[in-house]
Structures are given as structure tokens and as C-alpha cells.
Design a protein around this ligand. Structure first.
Ligand code: MG
Length: 397
């Protein structure tokens, strides 16, 4: 039994953001298209993998292929519509005469072998089989002005996915006939089977088999890929102290708080953001705030300290890291922190691009003990937890 996979990757879809068509966007280390190719090339029953690409994408395609497979044929160029592209792929495959074909949209990179198995199993009995999910949401039909015109019975409604499997000769004939008759508004291949009048059966789809369409889909897919990656937790700590000087407000966690004094420093002296910056730098072993922003450099005189924390967050993200949470404790007799805590939490969360409940802001007095107890300044202590892609330690043997 010869089973071909036909991957349709000729679309221009740019709703996913950026200049690159979505099938060439990278998820983890591989492009969306590469992941789809891998799913078929790695399936023991599939003998041939044929991609259909846009005529402008030859270089993108070549650069996209990180992994070679003997099952993978030279790509063919698609047509003006998805339907035309599928036909181009089927005609290319006709030379090798497969028994079955699995037609798949490249924008679905997360397909499981078990679902391919379900489609293939159904083809023992039917000319066509597609994976689909029962509609779980209640469906409304909108009328004028977005008011509801009716509720649609969802009992027999399914959401079609790919790969859609067919006996090769049946779907090739149907596609050729549709092209000859100029019927070209089919959005999937099952619809062509229906039009040609052969039975196509529904098999259980897979909720993981999502179609990547928007920039949010890309972000979700990247998060999922991170979930499959081995991440290791990294912890960092920071400590800073600034003394009081004559003034009328202090900056703490990026929030200006009226006070009897200001904090003295080269920058805005935001002791809390400085400790947080060092904590983040500590998670990646990348020096400290003084190394990256030397007080001797006039450029940082009076600087708003959020730039230091943003820089540390950027360094973490450049290494593929994700900030899990940060926590800061202020030691001060005054000012009172409690009333400002929500604003401080929100500001740090905004600077780091994380949720506010991932930011701890706490304060304690020193019971009038020591220099802090004598109201000579404020201390900040911070911790940060980051997840980084695991890299094995160097071999010391
Ligand atoms: Mg400082």
C-alpha cells in the first residue's frame, strides 16, 4: 500500500503577523511547515511526502527544511486558490500512483500519529475520511445589528480538520472534474468528494490539531512548544540600599511616593527596581546593574530605573527564558508602603510584561534598629525565578 501525504503550503496568509507567511514562522526550533512534514515523514505507514509551495517561496522553503527525509519529494508550485494548489500536488503525485493520499494544511503543525491512524483505518471502508470535532459551543445566527436571529441546532455539526484522507484515484478524478467544470469555491477536499458524490466519513479529530492563523495562534503554539521543551528553573537574588537626602518624594517600584525625603543616587535611586534588576541578572549569571549601567557614565544620571529592569528582562528573553515571578521586600521605617502596593505591583508587572500576581511587593520596618531604623535610608531585597531552556553542563571528563 502506497500512502502519500500532500501538504498544502502555498498560502500567503499574513494574519499571523510579520512578513513571513505563517507556514514559515518558527515554533521552537522548526518552522510550522517543517513540523507538519515531520509528522508525516515520521509516520511508518506514509511512503511519500509532497509539499505544494508558492512560486515565490522557493528560498523560504529550502531554508525552512532543517531535517532531511528520503520520503520528501521536490516541492511543486501551487495555483491561485487552495483548490488549485491541491490539484497541482495531486497531479505531481499521479506519476508515482499512490493508493491513498492524506491532504493536509501546513498551518496545522501539531498532528498526532494516532489521528493519522484513525483516518487511514477509515479508508479501508470509505473513499474519503476526515478528522473532525463535534461543535461544543451553542451556535447563534446573527441578524441585523448583531442581534441574534436564531439558535442553530449543533447536534449534527462538526468542525473539519486535516489531514483529509482519500483513495487517490477518487479524489484526483473529483479535483480534475471540478477544474474542468470551473467549480472552484471549495474550502476543503471533503467538499469536493461530496460534490463528486462519494461518501466521506467523519473520524475523531484532535483538539491539539489547531490551525495557526493569527499572531495569537503563533504565540500559543510557541508556548505549547516551550511546554514540550525541557526548561530548568533559575533563581536570582538582589540587594540594594540608598540613603535619604533632602527632597519631597521617593521612587519605589517605578512609583513616585510623596515623602519627607528623597533617596540619593545617580539615577532616580529606585532601590526596589535596582534590587529586582540584580535578581533577574542573577538568574542568567549576567553580572549586575553596576556593570551594565556604570554610575560613572553620565548617560544614566537621573535615569528612570525602569530602563534597567527592562534591559534585564530583555536579556532573560533573549536566552529563551520566561520570568515566572519576582518578589521584593522593602526595609523602611517610612514612608508607608501598603497604600501604594497595588500601583507598585502593577508597574513592575508592566515593566516585565508579566501578570501582577507574579509580582510580590512587601515591606517591613526595622523596629527602629540600626541605620534603617534611624531613618537614614531604605533597603530592598529581591528574588526572581526564571525558566530557561535546559542546556546540559559542559563535559568535565
Ligand atoms: Mg541602587
Amino acid at each position: 500500500m502506497r500512502i502519500a501525504a500532500l501538504i498544502v503550503a502555498a498560502g500567503r496568509g499574513s494574519r499571523a503577523g510579520g512578513d513571513v507567511p505563517k507556514q514559515y514562522v518558527r515554533i521552537g526550533g522548526a518552522t510550522v511547515l517543517q513540523l507538519a512534514i515531520d509528522a508525516f515523514a515520521g509516520h511508518p505507514a506514509v511512503t511519500t511526502v509532497q509539499a505544494v509551495i508558492h512560486a515565490d517561496d522557493g528560498a523560504l522553503y529550502a531554508a525552512s527544511l532543517g531535517r532531511a527525509s528520503q520520503k520528501l519529494m521536490e516541492p511543486v508550485f501551487g495555483g491561485a486558490s487552495r483548490q488549485a494548489s491541491v490539484l497541482a500536488g495531486l497531479e505531481a503525485l499521479a506519476a508515482t500512483g499512490p493508493d491513498l493520499v492524506l491532504i493536509h494544511d501546513a498551518a496545522r503543525p501539531f498532528l498526532a500519529a494516532a489521528m493519522i491512524d484513525r483516518v487511514l483505518a477509515a479508508l479501508a471502508q470509505y473513499d474519503g475520511a476526515i478528522p473532525a470535532l463535534a461543535v461544543a459551543d451553542t451556535l447563534k445566527r446573527a441578524g441585523a445589528g448583531q442581534t441574534i436571529a436564531g439558535t442553530v441546532d449543533r447536534a449534527h455539526l462538526w468542525r473539519a480538520q486535516t489531514p483529509q484522507g482519500f483513495r487517490f484515484a477518487r479524489i484526483l478524478d473529483a479535483h480534475r472534474a471540478a477544474a474542468v467544470e470551473g467549480v472552484e469555491d471549495f474550502t476543503d477536499d471533503a467538499a469536493i468528494g461530496e460534490w463528486a458524490g462519494f461518501p466521506v466519513v467523519l473520524v475523531e479529530g484532535d483538539a491539539q490539531n489547531v490551525k495557526i492563523t493569527t499572531a495569537a495562534d503563533v504565540a500559543d503554539a510557541q508556548a505549547k512548544s516551550e511546554g514540550d521543551m525541557v526548561m530548568e528553573p533559575r533563581i536570582g537574588t538582589g540587594f540594594d540600599v540608598h540613603r535619604f537626602a533632602e527632597g519631597s518624594a521617593v521612587w519605589l517600584c517605578g512609583v513616585e511616593i510623596p515623602h519627607t525625603h528623597k533617596l540619593e543616587g545617580h539615577s532616580d535611586a529606585d532601590v526596589a527596581l535596582h534590587a529586582l534588576t540584580d535578581a533577574l541578572l542573577g538568574t542568567i549569571g549576567d553580572g549586575d546593574i553596576g556593570q551594565h549601567f556604570p554610575p560613572s557614565d553620565p548617560m544614566w544620571k537621573g535615569a528612570a530605573s525602569h530602563v534597567f529592569l527592562e534591559d534585564a528582562a530583555r536579556r532573560v528573553r533573549e536566552r529563551g527564558g520566561r520570568i515566572v515571578n519576582v518578589d521584593v521586600t522593602l526595609l523602611a521605617e517610612a514612608p508607608r508602603i501598603g497604600p501604594h502596593r497595588p500601583a507598585m505591583q502593577a508597574r513592575v508587572a508592566q515593566i516585565l510584561g508579566i501578570a501582577a500576581d507574579r509580582v510580590g511587593v512587601k515591606a517591613t520596618t526595622m523596629e527602629e534598629l540600626g541605620s534603617i531604623g534611624r531613618r537614614e535610608g531604605i533597603v530592598a531585597m529581591a528574588s526572581a525565578l526564571v525558566l530557561l531552556p535546559f542546556s546540559p553542563p559542559p563535559d568535565h571528563t
